[in-house]
Design a protein. Sequence first.
Length: 79
Amino acid sequence: MWRVSSAPPPDWVLARRRAVGDRIREHRRARKLSQEKLAELAGMDRQAINRIEQGHQAVLLDNLIQIVEALGISLGDLD
């Protein structure tokens, strides 16, 4: 059985989360997309895109797949 920890993630996880958000922002801006337009293309809301880019929200794999598909990149491009 899986247990979900209520403890905050380690600092290195938070740093990677911010780095992924930074890469999403870079790709979005390179394609001249607003957060609103990326959200529309990815089937998400703008606030979610903002939280992901800021590193304030853990991202489900499904959401990452939707984002990279909307940006026309691969998951590896976020590393």
